[in-house]
Design a protein around this ligand. Structure first.
Ligand SMILES: Cc1ncc(COP(=O)(O)O)c(C=O)c1O
Length: 442
């Protein structure tokens, strides 16, 4: 019987790893066994500087005492409470704290367990909201090429990354896509928001003309596209999207799973760009990545549209066993407190110019064809090896790990997003190591 087998700690075969080259990994495993502050510790006893905040999520750094204590305490006090028809105080407390931190107008919070679930939830709320208001024909969803909205069916349908879509059949019906905003010919090596490309938002008018506004529920975009390799919104682009959505009664959803919680130096990208969405999806930095949790924030108008009918009847037939889980809620409360008490968003904003200069100093190194940045995010795009796309950046990733630096790659793009507690000397260390790695690349 399987239970009698003792595979020992070195058997790597059972775990089918997500978004991983499994065979490559299992031949030469890269294992983290500890973490503190800005550094991971590897199984062979080395320190690795975290250039990616885990997976864009450990914004406060690693093993932060307040968050650890909150989780320990909550686990001993109330481990789990049913999420449906029952409550516990911490979920309400976190929802209020999140609302208070969010841009003006975001009034209500629906908890999920991940960014992917937040996206599915927001898309469902959008369609159900229109139906509740008597506009049940508004079912179409508009995403964007190169968008990443997680890996569930709604998310990959509105998403625009071909490898995440092409293996999985026909996806959701009634979805259309805006063009992506990557214009390397005109915008390469831009610092901050690129000049060119606001006109790409006008494509929404073409889509509206094609389908009729009365069939469209929502547009979902990442205000700054992260997972596709860091694409900044061109100047004026988000403002135009907002304007066209408002004109046609279409909801605008900002997927802030990466941009939320200080990444751009403001609490949310909506604050940073001064553009107000109707809904926001968040996850990752909500609990500092420590416990799975996500959320959808909505306006009062969206929430209130559901609050009709008899009071004993469930208003929205949606939710997860772990929506607002007590331990995740406790982690979220402690995380938001840590951000505030340590001024981490302010630190990100203050360091952004230093970060920008350090990043752009890589210009001119071998194979570097573009560099982009905003807040504490950076991307270095490499010329792909002919016939072997992704190999050059993946080699850089492996070599950086050996050199004591964690970076992330998508295609041939290196993405950087360190914890917001980083300081100048660690920025120097990060770019010193990365520069050496790039100089040695074939
Ligand atoms: C913008 C965006 N949306 C959704 C997701 C999916 O989040 P999760 O992996 O927690 O499901 C991600 C993850 O990187 C993301 O960047």
């Amino acid at each position: 019987m399987a239970l009698d087998r003792n595979p020992g700690p070195n058997d790597l075969s059972a775990f089918w790893m997500p978004f991983t080259a499994n065979r490559q990994f299992k031949k030469a495993p890269r294992m983290f066994v500890g973490a503190e502050g800005m550094y991971y510790k590897t199984s062979d006893g080395r320190e690795v500087l975290d250039g990616t905040a885990g997976l864009w999520c450990c914004n406060a750094g690693h093993c932060r005492p307040k968050i650890t204590e909150a989780i320990q305490k909550q686990a001993a006090e109330l481990d789990y409470a049913p999420a449906f028809q029952m409550g516990h105080p911490k979920a309400f407390e976190l929802a209020s704290a999140l609302r208070d931190m969010a841009p003006e107008g975001m009034e209500h919070v629906f908890f999920t367990n991940s960014g992917s679930e937040s996206v599915e939830t927001a898309l469902k709320i959008a369609i159900a909201y229109h139906r509740a208001r008597g506009e049940g024909a508004r079912t179409r969803l508009i995403g964007r090429e190169r968008g990443y909205h997680g890996v569930n069916f709604g998310g990959i349908s509105v998403g625009g990354i071909v490898n995440n879509r092409k293996m999985f059949g026909t996806l959701l019906a009634g979805v259309d896509h805006l063009p992506h905003t990557h214009l390397p010919g005109q915008n390469a090596f831009t610092r901050g928001q690129p000049e060119h490309g606001a006109y790409l938002a006008d494509d929404l008018e073409r889509i509206v003309a094609l389908h009729g506004a009365e069939t469209i529920a929502a547009v979902i975009v990442e205000p700054m596209a992260g997972s596709t390799g860091v694409l900044m919104p061109p100047r004026g682009y988000l403002e135009k999207l907002r304007e066209i959505c408002t004109k046609h009664g279409i909801l605008l959803i900002f997927d802030e799973v990466i941009t939320g919680f200080g990444r751009l130096g403001s609490a949310f990208a909506a604050d940073h760009f001064g553009v107000q969405p109707d809904m926001m999806t968040v996850a990752k930095g909500l609990t500092n990545g420590v416990i799975p949790m996500g959320a959808v924030l909505t306006t009062g108008a969206i929430h209130d549209a559901f609050m009709a009918g008899p009071e004993h009847v469930i208003e929205l037939f949606h939710g997860y066993t772990y929506s607002g889980n007590p331990i995740a809620s406790a982690a979220g409360i402690a995380t938001l407190q840590t951000y505030r008490e340590e001024g981490l968003f302010e630190n990100a904003a203050a360091l952004a110019p230093y970060w920008e200069d350090a990043l752009h100093s890589l210009r001119g190194l071998p194979h570097v064809i573009d560099i982009r940045n905003m807040g504490l995010i950076g991307a270095v795009e490499l010329e792909p090896i002919a016939g072997e796309p992704t190999k050059r950046a993946f080699t850089a990733f492996l070599n950086a790990y050996e050199a004591g630096l964690l970076i992330r790659t998508t295609g041939d793009i290196i993405a950087l997003s360190p914890p917001l507690m980083i300081d100048r000397s660690q920025i120097d260390e990060l770019f010193g190591k990365l520069s050496a790695v790039l100089k040695a690349l074939d």
